[in-house]
Design a protein around this ligand. Structure first.
Ligand code: SAM
Length: 253
């Protein structure tokens, strides 16, 4: 399925990280999930698509609210994790598929809600993914993107940090850039929301990347400057920091 060098990086990274990603409790954070589901406004008759669904955390949380959920992801190991999560949760209204967010294998207008969480910063052309999400959403349906959004001032340092932590990182959009993508896709913005996701650095990177990453965080902590924009600090269990996460909800015209 991987067709570009970047796709290969994605599949390599998320094959290695499929299990740890699925197990990290921060990815099932209750406040973020409640805000995500509120933005999606799912009702029982709806068909929902979770794009770049990873291990199916959002898809499985949304399944009890919907008629049917489809989850699609580029990384087969993530889809394996998602199947396991669905089995453990006893959910029978989810279908999984391996596929690319920028070339969705679905007909126009097929879904009532199309959402994606924590994926746009991995996709070199997030505008193409949003256009595809819009295409497969029915007129009047809802499109939702949830992702970390640095400010314009912190974007470059944030991208440096993320690329060190995860070579499959492309670039995190600012909230204004994300809203502009929606406008270009012809979507009608219905609202934005925001949450902070606190994380422990040690749990989010391979050991070989830790030296450079730690140095980057230490510079911010000791200078007090917060150039990365993640409020990094020393805690009893290591370096902790906060992902600034935005939710943008649009309706398709
Ligand atoms: C950080 S994980 C997020 C997983 C899930 N959405 C969640 O919030 O728990 C990013 C996921 O995006 C997937 N991904 C990256 N680029 C993709 C693409 N072009 N098409 C489909 N999936 C992609 C990766 O395989 C990975 O599972």
């Amino acid at each position: 399925m991987a067709s570009t060098a970047h796709d290969t990086k994605i599949v390599d990274q998320f094959t290695r990280w499929a299990q740890p990603f699925a197990d990290l409790s921060v990815h099932a954070d209750a406040d973020g999930m409640a805000r995500t589901l509120a933005a999606a406004a799912i009702t029982p008759e709806m068909a929902v698509l979770d794009v770049a669904c990873g291990p199916g955390i959002v898809a499985c949380a949304a399944a009890p609210l919907a008629r049917h959920i489809t989850g699609i992801d580029l990384t087969p190991a993530m889809i394996d994790q998602a199947r396991g999560r669905q089995r453990n949760a006893g959910l029978d209204n989810i279908t999984w598929q391996v596929g690319d967010a920028t070339r969705l294998p679905f007909e126009d207008d097929r879904f009532d809600v199309v959402l994606t969480r924590y994926s746009f910063h991995h996709i070199p052309d997030p505008g193409a993914a949003l256009r595809e999400m819009t295409r497969v959403c029915r007129p009047g349906g809802r499109v939702v993107v949830i992702d970390a959004t640095p400010t314009a001032d912190t974007q470059a340092a944030y991208d440096r940090m993320e690329t060190l932590r995860d070579p499959s990182h492309a670039s995190a959009l600012t909230l204004d850039q994300l809203r502009a993508l929606g406008q270009r896709a012809g979507l009608i913005e219905r609202g934005t929301d925001f949450y902070r996701l606190e994380a422990l650095l040690d749990t989010l990177a391979d050991a070989e990347d830790m030296v450079g990453l730690t140095a980057l965080f230490e510079t911010d902590i000791t200078s007090g400057e917060d150039r990365i924009g993640v409020a990094a600090r020393h805690a009893a269990d290591g370096i902790r920091f906060v992902f600034p996460v935005s939710i943008v909800a649009w309706d398709r015209q």
